[in-house]
Design a protein around this ligand. Structure first.
Ligand SMILES: *Cc1c(COP(=O)(O)O)cnc(C)c1O
Length: 405
């Protein structure tokens, strides 16, 4: 089979195609085996479910689009040099997000570690080998963070060997800056938990010549967040690839100033003398991430939002047919910005708990996962539903509520 024919063939393959479905048709040329459809979840006895919860790592994040699976499948058929691919994909991504440079990382967490590692060492391989044991090296070793921004993911920064220095006020921040300060870190999703907002954080950092890094892991949509913080002057911006962007769950992006991205790459595979070797990202994930980003940015985001809104409306309408049930649709202002449906009930009329309903939905056929439950409330979203699944969720939610009347 000629390459051109093969490519044609590949482009019409179903989205769910797996590599195990290829056959060698010529020396080192593979084509898909028609009709083989191995269901590994069934084979392994792993429960699958309708995701009315959201982009949770525990629930395997998000589903990659057909275009992304195409990119993954087709790139799996050839070799290339890992660094060359990162260079070329990085250039394309950087243009899309208004950054000088970008690199595909193994998630947002890894982008944070690698970004800081690069800031600490520059492009020196010798210095890179020293991490995470900073003592006595003369390297900087402190990261400043607002108290309200210090969540579990700060561990990504501590993995470099740095200490986190917590501040609350501008005065405390200015006092904390010293010649050991490597970075000023900002966590977008908790920006309302700190006294200092984005622009002021960047301005103070610039005044003192300290680089800044922002974690926007789960903060797209809005799509504009992909470039907003680059435009604002953050030196490094980190985002998850496998949440709403629907790239590979194991991918993310580090974007920002060229010098820092170049330095971060010294800490990345194929090099192995560094703290980043365990954060390998393969060529399929690299192109998958690129195509996912391209696709995500090309969407009509108002239309996407309206569709999600209509889906939760449908579920709300079904739930409200049960006497004693009320619903509310809220859009979180920060992180997971999607219409979020809160279904609550009068426990005198609907005699069940949120936990019990959640268990029933999980145990049903098909199984449904929701975002969470409280005493007399369940919470769910529609953005990870496949088209049409909102009908099933609506029916099931009404069913379990009615059964408790
Ligand atoms: C999800 C998340 C991370 C980790 O991102 P990965 O892409 O899973 O590595 C970091 N920070 C915040 C705020 C997150 O929500």
């Amino acid at each position: 089979m000629r390459r051109r024919e093969l490519l044609k063939y590949l482009s019409v393959m179903p989205a769910s195609s797996m590599l195990s479905r290829y056959v060698e048709v010529d020396k080192h040329v593979f084509a898909p085996v028609p009709g083989i459809n191995r269901n590994l979840f069934e084979e392994l006895g792993v429960r699958t479910f309708i995701n009315a919860a959201g982009t949770y790592t525990a629930m395997t994040g998000s589903l990659m689009r057909a275009e992304v699976m195409d990119a993954i499948n087709s790139s799996s058929l050839e070799f290339c040099m890992l660094d060359e691919l990162q260079d070329k994909v990085g250039e394309k991504i950087a243009k899309l997000v208004h950054a000088e440079s970008a690199v595909v990382t193994a998630g947002c967490f890894s982008a944070m570690t690698l970004g800081l590692a690069g800031v600490l060492t520059g492009v020196s391989e010798e210095k890179a080998t020293l991490l995470p044991h900073l003592e006595g090296t003369g390297l900087k070793s402190e990261v400043i963070c607002q108290k309200g921004h210090n969540i579990v993911y700060s561990h990504a920064l501590r993995n470099t060997g740095c200490k986190i220095i917590m501040v609350e006020t501008v005065k405390e921040l200015e006092d904390a800056i010293n010649d050991k300060t490597a970075l000023m870190f900002f966590l977008n999703v908790q920006s309302d938990q700190g006294k200092i907002m984005h622009q002021e954080w960047v301005d103070i950092a610039k005044k003192h010549g300290i680089p800044t890094l922002i974690d926007i892991a789960a903060d797209v949509p809005p799509v504009s967040n992909l470039w907003k913080f680059n435009d604002m002057g953050f030196d490094l911006v980190c985002v998850s690839g496998g949440k709403a962007i629907r790239g590979p769950q194991s991918a993310g992006l580090l974007m920002g100033k060229k010098a820092y991205i170049q330095a971060a790459r010294v800490h990345m595979p194929p090099r192995g003398f560094n703290i980043g070797r365990g954060m390998k990202i393969n060529k399929e994930e690299i192109v998958g991430m690129y195509v996912a980003l391209e696709k995500f940015m090309s969407l009509d985001h108002d239309k996407e939002f309206a569709m999600q809104r209509a889906q939760v409306d449908l579920i709300a309408t079904a739930a409200k047919t049960v006497k004693g049930v009320s619903t509310e649709i809220k859009v979180p202002p920060l992180g997971n910005v999607t219409p979020t449906l809160h279904i609550s009930w009068d426990k005198n009329l609907v005699k069940t708990s949120g936990k019990e309903l959640q268990q029933k939905l999980r145990g049903g056929q098909p199984s449904i996962e929701i975002g969470g439950s409280e005493e007399n409330k369940i919470v769910l979203t529609a953005w990870m539903l496949k088209p049409g699944q909102e009908e099933i969720v609506a029916k099931k939610v009404r069913e379990v509520l009615s059964a408790a009347v």
